[in-house]
Design a protein around this ligand. Structure first.
Ligand SMILES: [Zn+2]
Ligand SMILES: [Zn+2]
Length: 360
């Protein structure tokens, strides 16, 4: 058991998804440094990816049990001899996927496809190597310098806990459209959870002329409005061919299809949703209007520094998406209760930073 400086004495546990709407802490072996590029980190602000809500509800192909969680800010506990960019006590974003920094995919910026732990391997999902989850007491980071991004002191770890994945995924997908159509009007179709809201924030930060947001959920609409979007409960027939950029974060096939109708000729549609099965797409309309479509697991790591910079500048407002802060020990019950973007938090042991709104 790691017990440096005598601060950490508890038994290492993982938060394990054991079945539909059931999570539990389970004892596990402490991760230990076995290679000089590795680090051990202690999550201090972990949050749910939108996918996790579907996992917890039993609506994915992933079969229990497995350690859940792949979005967190953590403090560094220990580092291997070759690690140069972080040291004990640094507060860092841990990307959802281990990436080595050296392979052809990493060098091309495609860290989501790094093959070091199998292309599918990621924290918190039972794919590829078992890497554990980011709601665990301690986490092994296989390539510390390539993966970890230091969180500046001025940023609240609770607000940026989603930089590992969803917050940065929205940045990537908004830019796929807006880089081709700078200053465009943007339509965001929400639905899966936080992703649509982050897309609103990212689009306005990226210079969109305006953002329209569709979502049947009134609580999410209110948050979208507070981020600066004009909000709509349902699709408006007046949206037909009005938008150069559409960002789609809905899983409903009919809404997905209608998202294409809103595109102007030459427009771009980014899908933030995870479809586990093939879905029909309106190829005739896409052909006639020269539409481009993008989807993909986000290669977050290269973009996380830009996202943190935007937060520092006050251009992004991820704190407005946080729905509640759950004390670390209460994670199993707290995360089963439906909530948009709950953050499980605890005070650091190795950093002098203090998290606001979290008990001693
Ligand atoms: Zn995710
Ligand atoms: Zn790699």
């Amino acid at each position: 058991m790691i017990k440096q400086k005598d601060e950490r004495t508890e038994q290492m546990r993982e938060l394990v998804y054991v079945g539909r709407r059931t999570l539990e802490w389970r004892d596990a072996a402490d991760p230990t440094i076995q290679g000089d590029r590795q680090a051990v980190v202690r999550p201090i602000a972990s949050t749910t990816c939108d996918l996790d809500h579907y996992i917890i509800a039993g609506h994915t192909p992933f079969r229990p049990p497995f350690a859940i969680g792949h979005e967190c800010v953590a403090e560094v506990v220990d580092v291997g001899d070759a690690v140069a960019t972080v040291t004990r006590g640094d507060v860092v974003v841990v990307p959802w996927k281990p990436s080595c920094g050296d392979c052809a995919y990493c060098l091309a910026g495609l860290t989501a496809s790094c093959e070091a732990y199998g292309m599918a391997g990621a924290y918190g999902v039972p794919l590829g190597a078992d890497l554990g989850g980011l709601f665990s007491d301690l986490v092994l980071v296989p390539f510390a310098d390539a993966m970890l991004v230091v969180v500046p002191d001025a940023l609240d770890p609770i607000a940026v806990a989603s930089a590992s994945d969803n917050l940065t995924d929205a940045y990537i997908n908004v830019h796929k459209g807006l880089d081709r159509h700078p200053g465009a009007r943007v339509l965001v179709w929400g639905g899966v959870g936080s992703l649509g809201l982050y897309a609103v924030d990212q689009a306005l930060a990226a210079g969109a002329m305006s953002v329209e947001y569709i979502d049947a959920n009134p609580a999410r609409r209110a948050r979208a409005a507070s981020l600066g979007a004009a909000v709509h409960e349902t699709y408006d027939d007046g949206f037909l061919m009005q938008f150069p950029v559409v960002v789609c974060a809905t899983l409903k096939p009919e809404e997905f299809r209608r998202s294409f109708e809103a595109l102007k000729p030459g427009g771009h549609l980014s899908s933030l949703s995870i479809f586990f099965e093939d879905k029909p797409a309106p190829f005739w309309e896409m052909y006639m209007r020269d539409i481009t479509f993008s989807t993909g697991r986000p290669s977050s790591r290269p973009h996380i520094p830009h996202v943190l910079d935007l937060c520092l500048q006050g251009a992004l407002h991820p704190e407005k998406v946080v729905s509640k802060v759950i004390p670390w020990e209460e994670a199993p019950a707290g995360l089963v209760e439906p909530s948009l973007k709950p953050v499980v938090a605890r005070q650091p042991l190795y950093s002098s930073r203090r998290l606001q709104g979290v008990g001693a």
